[in-house]
Design a protein around this ligand. Structure first.
Ligand SMILES: NC(=O)c1ccc[n+]([C@@H]2O[C@H](COP(=O)([O-])OP(=O)(O)OC[C@H]3O[C@@H](n4cnc5c(N)ncnc54)[C@H](O)[C@@H]3O)[C@@H](O)[C@H]2O)c1
Length: 250
């Protein structure tokens, strides 16, 4: 194996659109062999076709990674196609923002299942492979919101738990050459963000010290480093990729 992520096999969950698609494009452009995944088959087919058109060695697996069968089918699909898994990027995530008094148990359970349990299930499915081969990179997508956010009890708790999960994985897998780290974005230009009213988009962009929202590629570039051979001595860390928005008032 070379340097960077060249010829490494990378699974990116929820990569049919948004940040996951940006991460998949970035890793693919750097020479990784890519497994795209989504709950929605049409999105998987589109992402796969787009990446193949740019010369990336890619396969798509449609699966719900928030249930054990889906997570296991995704890892099995990657092994069938490429024989190994070097990089797992746990990117799927949903939000069901509501003030606590209005939050249903379903809002709580759905967010915790998709944002947190999916990461546990996918990590559990790949960890024996990574430990056996003595190499692996796990990158979990958390959020600046793990610091707390009004109307986001479920989302913030799930993203904080992702940080704790990652630190624990890092400890358990360090001696096997497997690292686990988080990236924590804040505002990113995705279909979700574009769906907000234009004045809301502008107001939010002004809350970022750098004066702009992030792009999926901004997140992809941070993931690329944490997924690369060169980051081998970094584990259990959370890297904010948010134009300074995690720093407080400035
Ligand atoms: N967009 C932001 O501003 C922002 C900020 C901080 C953190 N994040 C985090 O980044 C990640 C990606 O966010 P995004 O904005 O790109 O989201 P998105 O909704 O645009 O894309 C997520 C994709 O994941 C898929 N998906 C959802 N549940 C799935 C499941 N169970 N199995 C497989 N696929 C599933 C969806 O179909 C969708 O295509 C999430 O974890 C999110 O919490 C986003």
């Amino acid at each position: 194996m070379g340097s960077g992520v060249k010829d490494r096999v990378a699974i990116i969950t929820g990569s049919g659109q948004g940040i996951g698609a940006g991460i998949a494009r970035t890793l693919g452009a750097a020479g990784a062999r890519v497994v795209v995944n989504d709950l929605v088959a049409d999105k998987v087919e589109q992402a796969e076709a787009d990446m193949r058109a740019t010369g990336v060695d890619v396969v798509g697996v449609t699966a719900d990674v928030s249930v054990a069968e889906g997570a296991e089918a995704l890892v099995a699909g990657a092994v069938d196609a490429f024989g190994r898994v070097d990089i797992l990027v746990n990117n799927v995530g949903i939000a069901r923002d509501k003030y606590l008094s209005k939050m249903s148990e379903e809002d709580w359970d759905d967010v915790l299942r998709v944002n947190l349990k999916s990461q546990f299930l996918c990590c559990r499915a790949v960890s024996p492979l990574m430990m056996e081969q003595g190499h692996g990179r796990i990158v979990n997508v958390s959020s600046r919101a793990w610091l707390g956010g009004s109307g986001q009890a479920n989302y913030a708790a799930s993203k904080g738990a992702v940080v704790s999960l990652t630190r624990t994985l890092a400890l358990e897998m360090a001696r096997f050459g497997v690292t686990a780290n988080c990236v924590a974005p804040a505002l990113v230009d995705t279909p979700l963000f574009r769906g907000l009213k234009e004045e809301v988009q502008e107001r939010l962009a002004k809350t970022v010290p750098m004066g702009r929202v992030g792009t999926p590629e901004d997140i992809g570039n941070a993931v690329l480093f944490l997924a690369s051979d060169e980051s081998s001595y970094i584990t259990g860390q959370t890297l904010y990729v948010c134009g300074g928005r995690s720093l407080g008032a400035g």
